[in-house]
Design a protein around this ligand. Structure first.
Ligand SMILES: NC(=O)c1ccc[n+]([C@@H]2O[C@H](COP(=O)([O-])OP(=O)(O)OC[C@H]3O[C@@H](n4cnc5c(N)ncnc54)[C@H](O)[C@@H]3O)[C@@H](O)[C@H]2O)c1
Ligand SMILES: O=CCc1c[nH]cn1
Length: 485
């Protein structure tokens, strides 16, 4: 097993910084269960250094022209693309996701974000508003200050870049705390931003667990938090942000519906259900974990799905032929296995998979449940593992009501050849990201984010600019000022 030990745990003011006094963060390769690196959570002194560096760097970063900031982000995108293989291997060690995925969905997605927001940075402007008698107002789009990023473990490189790219484009600086489960890749992103020309302090990485993130969020030097994580963490982060009247983007969990009508292209619908449940071993926030299938095609769907499931290649994540890797951790595997037991106990029919592989690492056979009812635990709670629930339905009205009967609202999808019905469904879904005859695609040009308990704010697209900047109105009077006395 090759060590993936980075030079130090933290990256502050343009350089690695170590401090072994903080709690240990063992980094485990999910395919073997072996430790591949050992980092340390930030002490108070490290946290202070990071916040001070980001705070000190912010005015000069914001004072650059957008074009200058954008050039640095676009250069970082080019370096990321040049190093895609190296970054993808590290992402595979960090997360266990197979190289066949990481090569196309992680550093490349991060590069897209840096390129997109790098291009947008120079185009950020306010507006001019004419008023009677020559007076006018102009608006200035200004940075917020220092942004705290807090990441989940499923897409560490993508999550860091989806936050850093719009934040930096708008003139903010950033302190990013990756998930303690996958702390490696974000350090590489920091190195690359420095190499691309980001001044010291513009992008800093601080390692830690929840308490270290919570401590940073309470600091008055933080102006905004952007969290990718679970709903319970989102609630705590939102409360803390509110106490300091700080801006918050919350990208949280989901239990997203995929509705397949009997006129759907069945092979495409099966592909979407597979991608939406088993890509990244089921560890994607927007996954279509409730697959509603119209009763007339239920058996055909299940037959086609179970046949296709036989083609899954479970194996060494570093072998590009592998299409399904291990789960990220023993804990996440055990949560998933518990849900599978609940599904069986509550009467769902396990069609395939669901058993742990007795070998080193955190391996599980992807599970498909049929005959799932809306009130079963596996149909209500986010599992964040490779478990698909197939539910039957009869009519459009019925399925739309059932699809929306959840506290979550991250994503939703519909497969049908009837485009009128497709758009009616998309309009009716209570979800931030909806799909028609597609699922789980997240191009940087499109807003991504949740409704209801799945969060607030949007990542990607021009919409993200609204969440990483603030508007100032400047009224300009061209006439004598009058007063009543
Ligand atoms: N909507 C999205 O874009 C999106 C993307 C990926 C993952 N997710 C969600 O993330 C979850 C899985 O990730 P996870 O297990 O890492 O989530 P988590 O909520 O346990 O942890 C997320 C991050 O929050 C930090 N944290 C924990 N307690 C904190 C506190 N009190 N204050 C501040 N930070 C705290 C953790 O250290 C970690 O970095 C799932 O619910 C998944 O749906 C959402
Ligand atoms: O995990 C959530 C974000 C995402 C969706 N698809 C790829 N990344």
């Amino acid at each position: 097993m090759t060590s993936q030990q980075p030079p130090a745990s933290h990256y502050i003011a343009g350089a690695y910084l170590d401090d072994a006094e903080g709690a240990a963060i063992p980094v485990i390769y999910p395919a073997t269960g072996q430790e591949i690196a050992r980092l340390h959570a930030a002490t108070d002194a490290v946290i202070d250094k990071a916040l001070a560096a980001a705070h000190a760097a912010q005015p000069a970063w914001a004072a650059l022209s957008g074009t200058e900031r954008g050039r640095i982000l676009r250069k970082a995108a080019d370096i990321l693309r040049d190093r895609n293989h190296e970054m993808s291997v590290l992402e595979t060690y960090d997360t266990g996701k197979p190289l066949s995925e990481t090569l196309i969905a992680d550093a490349t997605s991060a590069a897209d974000a840096l390129e997109y927001f790098g291009g947008l940075a120079g185009a950020l402007t306010g507006e001019h508003i004419q008023l009677p008698e020559g007076d006018f107002v102009y608006t200035r789009r200004e940075a917020l200050g220092v942004v705290l990023g807090i990441g989940a473990w499923n897409y560490p490189t993508q999550i860091a870049a989806w936050k850093a790219a719009p934040a930096l484009a708008c003139g903010n600086t950033m302190v990013m705390k990756p998930s303690e489960t996958t702390p490696l890749c974000t350090l590489k992103l920091a190195e690359i931003l420095t190499e691309a020309g980001a001044p010291p302090g513009v992008f800093n990485v601080v390692q830690g667990y929840g308490p270290e993130a919570a401590k940073m969020l309470e600091d008055p030097r933080i102006a905004k938090v952007s969290l990718t994580g679970s709903v319970p963490t989102g609630l705590k982060v939102y409360q803390s942000a509110a106490a300091g009247m700080k801006h918050a983007t919350l990208e949280l969990g989901g239990k997203s519906p995929l509705v397949i009508f009997d006129d759907a292209d069945l092979d495409s619908a099966v592909s979407a259900a597979i991608n939406g449940n088993f890509y990244s071993t089921g560890q994607i926030c927007s996954n279509s974990t409730r697959v509603f299938v119209q009763s007339g095609i239920k058996q055909a769907f299940l037959d086609r799905l179970t046949t296709r499931m036989k083609d899954v290649v479970i194996g060494d994540p570093l072998d590009q032929a592998t299409t399904l890797g291990p789960m990220v951790s023993e804990r996440q595997l055990s949560i998933t296995l518990d849900y599978i037991e609940k599904g069986k106990a509550e009467g769902a029919r396990l069609v395939t998979g669901g058993e742990r592989h007795e070998q080193e690492g955190f391996w599980i056979a992807p599970a498909v449940f049929a005959d799932v009812a809306d009130d079963m635990t596996i149909a209500r709670e986010e599992i964040f593992g490779p478990v698909m629930s197939v539910l039957d339905f009869e009519t459009e009205d019925e399925v739309l009501a059932r699809a929306n009967a959840t506290q979550f609202g991250l994503a939703a999808g519909v497969f049908t050849q009837d485009l009128t019905r497709a758009h009616r469904m998309a309009a009716g879904f209570q979800a931030g990201t909806c799909y028609i005859n597609a699922f789980n695609l997240t191009p940087v040009e499109a807003p991504f984010g949740g409704m209801k308990m799945s969060g607030m704010g949007r990542e990607n697209s021009k919409a993200a600019i609204e969440h990483y900047s603030q508007l100032k109105s400047v009224y300009v009077g061209l006439n004598p000022t009058e007063a009543p006395f």
